[in-house]
Design a protein around this ligand. Structure first.
Ligand code: B12
Ligand code: SF4
Ligand code: SF4
Length: 303
């Protein structure tokens, strides 16, 4: 049962309410802590932004990603067993960025072949927290009478493959781009004002939220390489040779994470989870974009 005070704030200041709620859950949730590691906190204070659920960019993703990529309206409609037209006239998307804490980034910086245990824990347990955050935000909003869904946690969420490698029908980075959180990069990672070492999540709802502006000069302008051809630090960091001047080879990256890098000898004591989801992220640490935007103003080289 929600307190009347909470209901009041949700109606009068919905954007502040949603942002505060996500920050509070990240700050206080036991799921953001590793009980077996002295309650180690995995995620620092999140970034929260919003997009208009009917922003035309979501339809563009059907060309940029694949026809199967869902618009927010389709994602909500599928979850409620309705047609997109039957939904309320306005929809909002809430997108958040969970920055890895400094200690985790530092530990991965020291690695050259496989991820540090802290990074790997953050990949595994940190995504479990991300999922609980998705679920708690949906429960909160539906409890208030709104419709809401976390597409990446729905049974219809899927990862498919094309000649370039895997892609999903709800790409959290493209949702974050729509909400103005930042841009893509040479390594494919998504560079926000808190850098590239993060995970992201989102929900769709009919709660009216003001769309955050997209201010980036291009979909790649936070990356130094696309500003002036410099940097390329991620190329040298990748143990799989998956990053070149031509971009990120998803097939090589995935293959490395699955088979090559994680021989028992490389595990340094092992990970807690299946090595196929141990992660890697060497290209997201010990690079100028690790925890900031290295290029504030982008000359448009691509996109
Ligand atoms: C499939 C997948 C993978 C695959 C493929 C990754 C990929 N590049 O798509 C593999 C197994 C290789 C992989 C690896 C990793 N992953 Co992964 N993965 C996913 C997953 C499940 C789906 C990604 C997806 O749908 N991609 C769609 C394709 C089309 O995207 P893309 O190829 O990158 O897109 C390019 C084009 O669209 C292009 N583009 C061209 N024209 C235009 C025009 C416009 C307007 C725009 C916007 C873009 C654009 O820009 C993009 C970049 O070049 C997501 C979770 C999710 N639901 O989103 C996590 C996710 C992408 N992974 C994540 C992470 C952290 C990792 C790893 C670091 C592993 C780890 N945890 O240690 C590595 C990093 C690899 C890398 N260098 O980016 C994070 C990324 C966060 C971040 N900081 O960027 C995500 C979002 C998970 C999460 N919930 O946070 N992953
Ligand atoms: S390391 Fe440099 S080139 Fe690579 S993504 Fe970051 S800013 Fe771009
Ligand atoms: S996640 Fe690892 S293998 Fe994949 S591109 Fe980054 S450094 Fe290379």
């Amino acid at each position: 049962m929600l307190l009347p005070r909470i209901k009041e704030q949700l109606h009068t200041e919905p954007a502040q309410f949603v942002e505060q709620e996500i920050k509070e859950l990240v700050r206080t949730s036991a799921a953001n802590r590793l009980a077996f590691l002295d309650d180690y906190v995995m995620w620092a204070e999140p970034l929260v932004r919003f997009a208009d659920g009917d922003d035309p960019i979501f339809s563009e993703y059907k060309t940029i990603i694949a026809p199967s990529h869902l618009t927010p309206r389709e994602a909500l409609a599928q979850a409620y067993g309705k047609s997109p037209a039957e939904l309320p006239p306005s929809l909002s998307v809430v997108s958040w960025i969970l920055p890895a804490v400094a200690e985790t980034r530092k530990s991965n910086r020291a690695e050259t072949r496989v991820p540090s245990r802290l990074w790997s824990h953050t990949r595994w347990y940190g995504e479990q927290f991300n999922n609980s955050l998705r679920q708690q935000m949906v429960t909160l909003l539906t409890g208030m009478g709104y419709v809401a869904v976390a597409p990446a946690a729905q049974p219809y969420f899927k990862t498919e493959r094309n000649e370039k490698g895997p892609y999903s029908n709800w790409s959290e980075r493209h949702i974050a781009y729509a909400a103005g959180h930042g841009t893509f990069s040479l390594s494919d990672g998504f560079i926000t004002e808190r850098g590239i070492a993060h995970r992201c999540g989102s929900i769709v709802t009919d709660l009216m939220l003001p769309a955050s502006p997209r201010t980036a000069a291009s979909p790649f302008s936070n990356c130094l390489f696309y500003v002036d051809g410099s940097c390329q630090a991620c190329i040298a960091r990748c143990p799989a040779g998956a990053i070149t001047e031509h971009g990120h080879d998803k097939i090589k990256c995935q293959q490395y994470q699955r088979d090559i890098g994680y021989s028992p000898a490389a595990l340094k004591g092992g990970y807690d989870n299946d090595t196929s989801v141990a992660g890697c992220g060497l290209c997201q640490t010990k690079v100028p974009c690790e925890d900031r935007i290295p290029a504030k103003i982008g000359k448009k080289k691509r996109g």
